[in-house]
Design a protein around this ligand. Structure first.
Ligand code: GDP
Ligand code: IMO
Ligand code: MG
Length: 436
């Protein structure tokens, strides 16, 4: 942790690496936690004192004392879903209204953005992305095409701006619908028929939003840094879902990489201190798109069962596979990762052997870098390591690690040329080992 700097914590794979848990664990060292991109497509799970929480738009530092948490300009916010999430936390005794600050420049996800999300997916047919259906893509599209509504817009002439944006969306939806088949059109029409109900709750959400400090978060954050405070930036999704560097077009619509913290919070690159890269000891992916190390056999199923690999937002089965060091080296490179955090090693506690993909074979040629196209002709080249066959879930220090596990860590550090500083051995806040 560096005073007067921001440290950035982000996922290095296809999301769900365990970012929420680690942000919660690290928050006591920081003055402020800030989310910089994504929206309610995220599901960040935290467990402590026998309770489990899933956060979607609210930063994962919210449970630690009275720390201020900021929703930055790079985030897209759905007022109705935000209201549900915040009210549930308030009901469980967590005070939010003074310490959850929301950027005026964050864009609003409108109900019609969610219908548009479904319409674009239907239009793509078999090539669909498998989005979370939360309207993420259409909201970021409106932002970039200069048609978006921002949180600051709710403070002035909001009804007029909303009606104009909604009419524009309905035009697009109708034009897409006219080219869909009957079944798809029917599904879309159903969403339009219930739109007024969704809209009613959404507008309640807008009113609810007004009760929170709506701020110029770029000024707030830079003033904090000037007075030597420390900030932890929380990423959502993962590097392989980044709109520029991920497995395009099977990605989300924001920059999930470290640079996203600069644009999503208004912080200069020279203010970035540590970059924590989070990875699982294996790999998962939700939704469509290439996944070179995916396992379709019993081992994949065992990982899914032991790791409870089901989506926190949609409940979908997560696709499971071995750790992919080629993809991780690429992620470490584009993020400038300074230290690694390895999650869910306990899931592999019972395995006889463990595989790690160290290179790809592309059209028969071995490569050790992440290529432009990973959709076809990629065959992982594995190295197999002995398993540690030890239940580590109650360990409290790295001195207790079996030799095979220490060797596995050393192997990963050498392959990735980056130190692994924290090991997570279970979902609970306490099941975290910080290495010396
Ligand atoms: P995020 O989106 O990156 O915050 O990750 P998710 O919350 O979507 O998914 C991670 C899942 O793994 C959650 O259910 C966590 O409770 C759980 N989890 C986190 N760390 C560990 C760990 O070290 N071991 C196990 N078994 N589960 C973990
Ligand atoms: P967290 O923050 C895993 C995936 C979706 C889909 C693609 C695009 O919990 O790690 P979108 O709705 O963003 O347009 O969907 O991205 N996706 C995630 N996968 N974890 C997430 O977030 C994700 N957010 C989006 O499944 O493939
Ligand atoms: Mg998640």
């Amino acid at each position: 942790m560096n005073k007067g700097k921001v440290d950035v914590l982000l996922g290095l794979q296809w999301g769900d690496e365990g970012k929420g848990k680690v942000v919660d664990v690290l928050t006591p060292k920081y003055d402020v936690v800030a989310r910089f991109q994504g929206g309610p497509n995220a599901g960040h799970t935290l467990e402590f004192e026998g309770q489990k929480y899933v956060l979607r738009s609210i930063p994962s530092g919210i449970f630690q004392g009275d720390k201020v948490n900021i929703i930055g300009n790079g985030v897209v916010l759905a007022p109705d879903l935000f209201m549900d999430e915040a009210k549930a936390l308030e009901a469980s005794g967590h005070e939010l209204r003074s310490r959850l600050h929301i950027s005026k420049k964050a864009h609003l996800i409108m109900p019609t953005h969610r219908v548009l999300d479904a319409a674009y997916e239907a239009q793509k047919g078999k090539d669909k992305v498998g989005t979370t259906g939360k309207g993420i893509g259409p909201t970021y599209t409106d932002k970039v095409s200069r048609n978006g509504l921002r949180v600051g817009d709710i403070l002035e002439n909001f009804e007029e701006k909303y009606a104009k944006a909604k009419a524009r969306h309905l035009n697009i939806i109708n034009s897409i619908a006219s080219n869909l088949d009957e079944e798809q059109r029917f599904a879309l029409n159903n969403q339009l028929t219930t739109l007024h109900k969704v809209e009613k709750k959404w507008l309640e959400g807008v009113e609810y939003l007004r009760q929170f400090p709506i701020v110029d978060s770029e000024h707030e954050l830079n003033n904090l840094l000037k007075s030597d405070k420390s900030v932890l930036c929380e990423g959502a999704q993962g590097t392989m879902l980044d709109v520029d560097f991920g497995s395009y077009p099977f990605v989300t619509s924001s920059n999930t990489i470290c640079a996203g913290a600069c644009t999503g919070l208004g912080i200069g690159p020279n203010k970035i201190g540590e970059v924590y890269g989070i990875m699982k000891a294996y790999c998962t992916r939700v939704g469509a798109g290439p996944f070179p190390t995916e396992l379709f056999d019993e081992t994949g199923k065992t990982i899914r069962d032991l790791g409870h690999e089901y989506g926190a937002v949609t409940g979908r089965e997560r696709r499971c596979g071995w750790i992919d060091l080629v993809a991780l080296r690429y992620s470490i490179m584009v993020n400038g990762v300074t230290q690694l955090i390895m999650m869910k090693s306990d899931v592999l506690d019972g395995f006889d052997t463990i595989k790690a993909c160290v290179a790809y074979k592309q059209n028969g040629t071995q490569i050790d870098y992440f290529p432009y196209n990973i959709e076809e002709c990629i065959e992982p080249v594995y190295e197999e390591l002995p398993g540690w066959k030890t239940d580590m879930t109650k360990f409290t220090s790295e001195d207790q690690f079996p030799k095979e596990f220490s060797d596995y860590i050393a192997f990963l550090e050498k392959q990735l040329e980056t130190p692994i500083k924290i090991i997570s051995i279970g979902p609970d806040r306490d099941q975290t080992i910080v290495r010396k």
